[in-house]
Design a protein around this ligand. Structure first.
Ligand code: CA
Length: 225
């Protein structure tokens, strides 16, 4: 994973580079101008500080979006709602407020990369919006789900959750990533809502094995019992 880190504070930058570890390679730009002349070829994600010495991070974000869809996570000491909204409007994909834990940052990076690459895949595979798994047909164009030919009536959120988990059948999706990706980018409320939705889906599909619980971690898409 290749990260472009735009951050003027050397101690914050060092902490991020150190914390991300060896599975990330980091290009470090200390100013907005330096970030804008850095090639984004091969960059998987941009971590963008808002308070830069030469220009405002939101302007950097806007400039990048003119030519690139590389995912951007705004990293800032400003936690104000207005900055958050402004960043997302300028085309950022997520927002992390300082001080943050490195584990949280890594989770956000993975979630954003997965979400943005999934939506890119969706666009590419637009010709075939139908996914068939163990007799379960999921049609993202018509938003319909059928099990062995019988339509299963899911709520929009349940449908979204089924699409999300069945994107990579068998893969474990972490609770916090599901909440983050399927519900709201900035919502870290109770996960009871998630459990309620999972229970409802299992009931409608007639078996709990369609969505398996992975204790202490999250869920994975399974199949019929
Ligand atoms: Ca700064």
């Amino acid at each position: 994973m290749h990260v472009l880190l735009v951050e003027d504070d050397p101690s914050v930058a060092a902490g991020v580079i150190d914390g991300l570890g060896i599975s990330f390679s980091v290009t470090h730009a200390q100013t907005g101008a330096a970030a804008l002349v850095t090639s984004l070829d091969g960059v998987d994600i941009i971590l963008l500080d808002l308070g830069l010495p030469d220009m405002d991070g939101t302007d950097v974000c806007r400039e990048i979006r003119k030519t690139s869809q590389t995912p951007i996570i705004v990293v800032s000491a400003r936690g104000d709602e207005i900055d958050r909204v402004l960043s997302l409007e300028m085309g950022a994909d997520d927002y992390v407020v300082k001080p943050f834990g490195i584990r949280e940052l890594v989770a956000r990076i993975r979630a954003v990369v997965r979400r943005t690459s999934a939506s890119a895949t969706e666009i590419e595979s637009h010709a075939d919006p139908v996914r068939v798994l163990h007799g379960l047909t999921i049609d993202t164009r018509t938003q319909r789900v059928e099990l062995s030919g019988d339509e299963i009536h899911l709520t929009p959120k349940e449908f979204e959750l089924v699409v999300y988990l069945s994107d990579d059948p068998g893969a474990v999706y972490r609770r916090q990533d599901i909440l983050h990706d399927v519900w709201d980018t900035n919502w870290y409320g109770t996960s009871k809502t998630l459990d309620a939705h999972i229970a409802a889906i299992r009931k409608k599909l007639g078996s709990a094995t369609w969505i398996e619980s992975v204790r202490g971690v999250g869920f994975r898409f399974g199949g019929p019992s």
